[in-house]
Design a protein around this ligand. Structure first.
Ligand SMILES: Cc1cc2nc3c(=O)[nH]c(=O)nc-3n(C[C@H](O)[C@H](O)[C@H](O)COP(=O)(O)O)c2cc1C
Length: 194
């Protein structure tokens, strides 16, 4: 008979699962200031994600008011060109209500396997960040919208798309509203092999 596994059920583990499952992508934010120190702590936590060969491929860009304003100009311009001036103004207003702006990039690599692994590590880092912030009461939205591939976006960030690419633009702030979500039951996505 196999010896019994050590007991693992605990209140703190249950609470941890609640944080992991409870994090939601937030659309609407309060205009409350977010402590800069907390964001820096979250970024440091992000860098402890698993990372094959410890390449540390991530870079973080925390945007201040002048850079955000340039992003809003670009957003309005891109949307206006595609959907008309009214749509551009509307989207600018919506984006101007996102309190915090952070961009996460990953180093490009000529080696396809390394590129995949570096992207995976950077995505894991983003998840660390999102969960840490969520536990601190801060909601986020991870977006990979068209602006993140726009050369002028790279210009605002001061980056070169040949050496790094955007994994996500992350908006953050205290949630005004927390949406609900669903997931498939585990049995629909799990195969247990003999
Ligand atoms: C790589 C990545 C890119 C995403 N890009 C967008 C996006 O461009 N626009 C958007 O509305 N949501 C985006 N999301 C957020 C997802 O829509 C969201 O995670 C999904 O609806 C599940 O909701 P939840 O995060 O609350 O569980 C992105 C998420 C990931 C992981």
């Amino acid at each position: 008979m196999k010896p019994a596994a050590p007991g693992y059920e605990s209140e703190s583990l249950r609470r941890f699962a609640e944080v992991l499952k409870g994090r939601r992508t937030v659309e609407l934010f309060l205009q409350t200031a977010i402590p800069d120190k907390l964001i820096k702590e979250a970024l440091e936590v992000a860098t402890w994600a698993p990372n094959h060969h410890v390449t540390e491929p991530w870079r973080f860009y925390l945007l201040g008011p002048a850079s955000i304003s340039r992003c809003l100009d670009l957003c309005e311009e891109l949307v206006s060109a595609k959907k008309g001036a009214a749509a551009g103004v509307f989207k600018r207003k919506r984006w101007s209500e996102k309190p915090g702006w952070l961009v996460v990039t990953c180093a490009t690599s000529d080696d396809a396997r390394r590129q995949l692994e570096d992207y995976a590590a950077t995505a894991a880092g983003v998840q660390n960040l999102l969960l840490y912030l969520w536990k601190a009461g801060i909601g986020t939205k991870w977006t990979t919208g068209a602006i993140t591939r726009e050369p002028r976006f790279a210009e605002i960030l001061g980056i070169d798309f040949t050496t790094e690419f955007v994994v996500g633009l992350i908006w953050f702030g205290y949630p005004k509203l927390t949406p609900t979500q669903y997931r498939k039951a585990l049995r629909e996505v799990l195969t247990e092999l003999p």
